[in-house]
Design a protein around this ligand. Structure first.
Ligand code: PCA
Length: 218
């Protein structure tokens, strides 16, 4: 039974000196339909202003039922589904346009934070049910990924009611860690893409996994 008809999936372009961003590379590998829902793929720049603009334009043009944004989290070992986006930008490095805002709200008229409106636990549960590791993350950082997640939820709240939104961080792909310290985690792109697909499948089906034990003690 198809619950949702169209899902917009965004992925960032390379940043921070990397040659590729496994986020959009994995998004490109997604099938064009997942559980009967049409998947619209969009590459977005790792730029605070232009990523939010591109997202809003795509949401207006496509009118998706759900928005899932994807970004790289170098150092994480598997796909993580983000629970919360905060109304704060604290850019440790400049974005791809050279902007480095420090300690500013993303939206002066927005709440301090939004929780993801996609079923975070069910997304993790469905990835694990397919024998791949996944975790819930309780911070998406303070850089462009947190920004696009916050904007996606803000836009759903203010402009596109009925649309749900969330964010997933993905690890480096193996080629990126060749010149990094031993032990730096990575995951092959096709495995990242499968993880994303299982998570999106749970969103489209409207899976619920509220009883799943999760959380972080630090
Ligand atoms: N990851 C960065 C921004 C773009 C990306 O793919 C982040 O986690 O904020």
């Amino acid at each position: 039974m198809v619950m949702l008809h169209k899902v917009l999936v965004t992925g960032f372009d390379p940043f921070g000196g990397e040659a590729v961003n496994p986020a959009y590379e994995a998004v490109k590998l997604l099938p064009d339909t997942i559980a009967g829902a049409h998947i619209v793929k969009l590459e977005v720049p790792t730029v605070f202003t232009r990523s939010a603009q591109a997202l809003e334009q795509a949401m207006a043009a496509e009118r998706p039922d759900a928005v899932i944004c994807v970004g790289q989290a170098g150092g994480r070992s598997c796909v993580t589904v983000e629970k919360v986006a905060v109304n704060l930008v604290e850019a440790r490095i400049p974005d791809n346009d050279g902007a480095q805002p420090l300690g500013e709200p993303l939206r002066a008229d927005g709440p301090d934070a939004y929780f993801a409106t996609v079923p975070v636990k069910a997304m993790v549960a469905n990835i694990r049910a397919n024998h791949l590791p996944a975790f819930i993350s309780y911070t998406a950082g303070t850089y462009v990924c947190n920004s696009i997640m916050y904007h996606a939820l803000y836009l759903c709240d203010r402009t596109f009611p009925g649309t749900i939104a969330g964010f997933m961080h993905v690890p480096y792909e193996p080629g990126q860690v060749v010149d990094k310290p031993e032990g730096t985690p990575s995951m092959p792109l096709d495995t990242i893409a499968r993880s994303l697909e299982y998570a999106i499948e749970a969103v489209v089906r409207g899976d619920v996994a509220d009883d799943m034990v999760a959380g972080a003690t630090h």
